[in-house]
Design a protein around this ligand. Structure first.
Ligand SMILES: [Zn+2]
Length: 376
């Protein structure tokens, strides 16, 4: 399918989309982005369906041109991390090489790739049954959208995640699983000078937990724990009655989840501070995305498509998660980073490489052309 990207139109659409604030907690903003795509896909005869997860989240979108099983699921998210008002402060801009603005790279460019690809497929009457799914809450972990995404993944032979390629152009076929441990410690306040023996220090117990949990870090196994947010106490001269912490957990091996859960249970059952009460919650939000044999076959197909498009890249593993973690964990061959090339995601420096957009779109089109006949 040789349908070149209409770069001027692409940049005009990108400007329109970037200039809509659509943070995860902004259902109206996300709905506005969804409306643009509903219309765009309807215009070319693709079937759109809204999925309402929750009134507090914007709608998700499912768009198809055929029945399941789908040859590929194209996944993206309409939410950004930037709050309402960001566009007023720093709207879409561009120079010769790069486009800037909230969500320009993560991932409104990737969403547009899906629409432009669908248009090219329709115009060239290319074969294939495809499902495009746009999530509304990826940036907060997709906890509500996960069952929906998994259902669509089970109906698909492969998953292409339209997140941006890495800044150097590399694609991703391996991501860590991630989760959190949240703990609340409740002790007893007392004057630290007059009767400290009557107090139960919540901070003391929290310190024991931090050391024990950090001790589970195993760089070789790909397991890391980070007590990233801690709080506790009221004044230096008061034995602290309360402390809370949130620990980021990353795993590469699925079994590591059990080792961490066992440690949390052990710490709960054997407090080192007499009289303390502990409330702990450990959950995995995204399972690890490890390249299966099916994924490796899909990677080979993507490499061939890249050679034909004259686009160079390598494969990178990353500690960050995406909705590709869900599809890969189900055993669906999954490749991530199929959107435009860019960097600075989640920061004011966010950008998309304009010059590389056409090449990346050609790569995606080649992949979509090959997938219907491929065996994984
Ligand atoms: Zn993203």
């Amino acid at each position: 399918m040789k349908r070149p990207l209409d770069l001027n139109q692409f940049l005009a659409d990108l400007e329109y989309l970037v200039n809509i604030d659509s943070q995860f907690s902004d259902p109206e903003g996300v709905a506005e982005v969804a409306a643009f795509f509903e219309k765009g896909f309807a215009d070319i005869g693709w079937k759109g369906e809204k999925k309402e997860l929750d009134p507090a989240a914007g709608p998700c979108l499912k768009i198809t041109n055929g029945e399941d099983p789908y040859d590929a699921l194209l996944l993206g998210h309409m939410d950004t991390v930037f709050p309402k008002g960001t566009v007023a402060e720093r709207p879409f801009t561009r120079d010769e090489n790069r486009a800037y603005g909230p969500g320009v790279n993560d991932m409104k460019g990737g969403l547009l790739f899906a629409l432009y690809a669908a248009r090219a497929i329709t115009q060239s009457k290319a074969p294939g049954s495809f499902c495009i799914a746009f999530n509304s809450e990826e940036e907060i972990g997709s906890r509500r959208a996960r069952p929906w995404i998994e259902e669509l993944a089970r109906q698909s032979r492969a998953a292409l995640i339209l997140e941006p390629a890495r800044p150097n152009g590399d694609l991703t076929n391996e991501r860590k699983g991630l989760g959190q441990i949240r703990v609340e410690f409740n002790g007893k306040a007392a004057h630290a000078g007059v009767e400290p023996e009557k107090g139960v220090s919540a901070v003391n117990e929290m310190a024991c937990w931090i050391l024990a949990l950090h001790g589970l870090t195993d760089f070789e196994a790909g397991t890391t724990l980070n007590a990233g947010v801690v709080a506790g106490g009221t004044a230096p001269n008061v034995v602290p009655a309360k402390a809370t912490m949130a620990v980021d957990v990353r795993i590469k091996q699925p079994g590591e989840k059990d080792r961490i859960a066992a440690k949390v249970e052990e710490l709960k059952a054997n407090p080192l501070t007499p009289g303390i009460s502990v409330d702990a919650d450990f959950f995995i939000t995204r399972p690890p995305m490890n390249p299966s044999p099916g994924t490796m076959k899909l990677c080979a197909l993507v490499e061939e498509a890249g050679r034909e498009a004259g686009v160079e890249f390598a494969w990178q593993a990353t500690g960050g998660g995406s909705d590709g973690n869900f599809t890969a964990a189900l055993g669906v061959p999954t490749v991530d980073g199929m959107g435009p090339v860019g960097g600075g995601s989640h920061a004011v420096t966010e950008y998309m490489e304009i010059e590389q957009a056409a090449g990346r779109f050609a790569l995606l089109m080649n992949v979509l052309g090959k997938i219907p006949a491929a065996k994984f």
